[in-house]
Ligand binder design. Structure first.
Ligand code: BEZ
Ligand code: FE
Length: 296
């Protein structure tokens, strides 16, 4: 083997990692080595800075558990999570765009009938979200499950409240025969990402706004269509143009119209003023797979 010099080190390390037996792992690791070395060369990384980075990564691992994922948060604020979403969801312009999942989704939310109130007494302004789920041709899709979750009016998710043992501000709704759905909830508010860990520590040394604009999360995984993980954002909300995780998209911004007490979108009545957001989700068909790809 050639002795190591500053000049040949990157090539030597790339050749070593090119021996990975999985071709994809070889591609991932050799590119990682090239980019890491280029980064260290570009910024002339010092030993102290390298050690500080190791300490930061160690702290990020230590604070993470099954409820808190600080590495995902790091990926979110660096824009990497949104980039991965973009690279893997090159949907047609007519389909509803995807955005980040975020760390607060909980599997197995209870089924809620059309118009059922998933806020169930949590304080806030009543909000109805209604619309249809459609395919790309505009055909309404019946029996589509919409998995919906959001923060309360203080910006707190159920996943951040260990003492809660029943579903809070999350539910699964199903479209009716005509493709319509109706979610009843409370208006979400913008909130700060967790700032008490290593990610918050880094952000505190910058002018980055650490808030997310008011939004509701939706996950729609319907057979024959690509899984859609997205949000609806309130038009005019604070932080839309500075979303700390780069999740906001123009197509996902919806007007929350103020309505008086009286008739409401689930066909019933309500005795206080409420907000109404209307949005049709358009699903991207499953990518065509050849027989070769299926058996590969
Ligand atoms: C969220 O929308 O729930 C979220 C996404 C990324 C980081 C923190 C929160
Ligand atoms: Fe969120």
């Amino acid at each position: 083997m050639a002795f190591v010099t500053e000049g040949n080190l990157t090539d030597l390390a790339v050749k070593r990692w090119a021996t990975a037996r999985s071709p994809r792992l070889a591609e991932l690791m050799t590119a990682l080595v090239r980019h890491l070395h280029a980064y260290a060369r570009e910024v002339e990384l010092t030993g102290e800075e390298w050690a500080a980075a190791v300490d930061w990564l160690t702290a990020t691992g230590r604070i993470s558990d099954d409820k808190r994922q600080e590495f995902i948060l790091a990926s979110d604020v660096l824009g990497l999570s949104t980039l991965v979403v973009q690279l893997n969801h090159r949907f047609s312009a007519d389909a509803t765009p995807a955005t980040v999942l975020g760390p607060f989704h909980i599997d197995g939310s209870p089924a809620a009938p059309f118009g059922a109130d998933m806020s169930d007494g949590v304080p806030g302004t009543p909000l109805f979200v209604t619309g249809r789920v459609l395919d790309l041709a505009g055909t309404p899709l019946p029996d589509v499950v919409l998995d919906v979750w959001q923060a309360d009016a203080d910006g707190t998710y159920e996943a951040q409240l260990p003492e809660i043992d029943e579903a809070r501000l999350r539910a699964t709704y199903r479209t009716r025969a005509d493709g319509t759905y109706c979610v009843r909830t409370i208006a979400p508010r913008g909130y700060a990402i967790p700032m008490d860990g290593p990610v918050g520590g880094l952000i505190s040394g910058t002018d980055i706004s650490y808030f997310r604009p008011a939004h509701i999360h939706f996950l729609i995984d319907h057979p024959g269509h690509q899984k859609l993980i997205t949000h609806l954002f309130q038009q005019g909300a604070e932080f839309l143009d500075t979303d700390v995780v780069f999740g906001t998209k123009d197509e996902l911004i919806v007007r929350f119209t103020e309505r008086p007490a009286g008739a409401c979108p689930d066909g019933g009545t309500i005795d206080e003023p409420y907000l109404h957001a209307e949005f049709d989700f358009v699903l991207q068909p499953q990518a065509h797979t050849t027989d070769d790809e299926v058996t590969a």
